[in-house]
Write a protein that binds this ligand. Structure first.
Ligand SMILES: [Zn+2]
Length: 343
């Protein structure tokens, strides 16, 4: 009797498994770029030269290492805002100067008022559904008289967001603008404890329930030890935690446009580095929003004054930026909104 029951259970189990794999197959097949050449027109506006110019600007000494609340960081926020303004990418109507003030009272004791910078391109079909592309703009400042340039952390992510924004703007000008709204969010206070993104998600400018996804970029310009002989990679973290679909969208974007190795090592639930909890996407995830964290891993110059612009691999930064652009493109234009659902 016991044996019979057991085998019956096994039978039920295998049927369930089959149904699951069929569901996954169906989900994967539902994701495709039917307008690949249009995407290619704009993906090709993302260039190593422009990314280099942004990284060099953001990590330059004049910004004093971009410490939250200090003049150098305020200046770089002004640079970012002026850039959006010059491209005609608008601020939210509620924040006409592009700045969301993050007050002293929401920051650690010795930190002055700071700000998140927000710009967006309104969706042509679903303007009230929002795709976020985020990167922190702050860094470590000046430590013991030395400026910490933070070219990779997070000049690389900042540059990627600026370059992606320009590509979407060009598409919009040609009548190929995103169907959903895309928000370019440069958060403050990451290095001191994810303060800017926490403030934003508790005081969102656009409704949290209409936030489709957040693609967060924090360090994508360098190569870690593991990949010294295989540089074409990126760590993808968190994509499958809230939405199975999002995980496959990143894979489809990669397959169609860049062919990097997508390394999921740090996506393991028991990853002792706990990177999933350590950058700004996490504050969106706690609100139930599907997120992806794009990351190159740590390297010898991580959180050191030697994290300089000349050490960035700009061809690789370009490929990784293209991957994020293609992912955002799909999510902004897919017929149906991404489902926050695990299969
Ligand atoms: Zn960082």
């Amino acid at each position: 009797m016991k044996i019979l029951v057991t085998s019956a259970l096994i039978l039920v189990g295998s049927c369930a498994t089959l149904r699951h794999s069929e569901k996954i197959e169906k989900l994967k097949n539902s994701i495709s770029y039917n307008n690949k050449s249009v995407v290619e027109n704009y993906i090709n506006t993302i260039t190593p030269e422009e990314l280099r110019a942004f990284v060099e600007e953001v990590s330059s000494e004049k910004y004093d290492g971009r410490m939250t609340g200090e003049e150098g960081h305020n200046k770089v926020c002004n640079y970012i805002k002026t850039y959006y303004d010059s491209l005609g990418i608008k601020p939210p109507t509620t924040h006409p100067d592009y700045f969301q003030k993050v007050p002293k009272s929401s920051l650690p004791d010795d930190v002055k008022d700071s700000q998140n910078v927000i710009a967006y391109i309104e969706g042509s079909v679903f303007p009230n559904e929002y795709i976020y592309i985020t990167a922190h703009s702050d860094h470590e400042g000046i430590v013991e008289g030395e400026v910490y340039p933070g070219a990779d952390d997070n000049g690389s992510g900042t540059a990627a967001v600026l370059e992606i924004a320009e590509a979407f703007k060009k598409a919009a000008e040609d009548g190929n603008g995103p169907k959903r709204s895309i928000v370019f969010l440069h958060v403050t206070g990451e290095e001191i404890g994810l303060y800017g993104s926490r403030y934003y998600t508790n005081n969102p400018v656009f409704p949290i329930e209409e936030t489709v996804t957040t693609l967060n970029i924090d360090m994508i310009g360098r190569v870690d030890k593991k990949h010294k002989n295989n540089e074409d990679y990126i760590y993808v973290i968190g994509a499958d935690r809230i939405s199975s679909e999002l995980h496959f969208v990143v894979q489809e974007a990669n397959y169609n446009f860049v062919n990097l190795e997508l390394d999921y090592e740090f996506n393991a639930k028991n990853d002792h580095n706990r990177y999933y909890y350590r950058s700004d996407h996490y504050n969106f995830a706690t609100k139930g929003i599907p997120v992806v964290f794009f990351f190159n891993g740590e390297h010898e110059d991580y959180t050191k004054p030697t994290d300089t612009a000349d050490k960035i691999n700009y061809l690789l930064l370009t490929k990784r930026t293209k991957l994020i652009f293609a992912t955002a493109w799909y999510l902004a234009n897919s017929p149906e909104r991404l489902k926050p659902e695990i299969i």
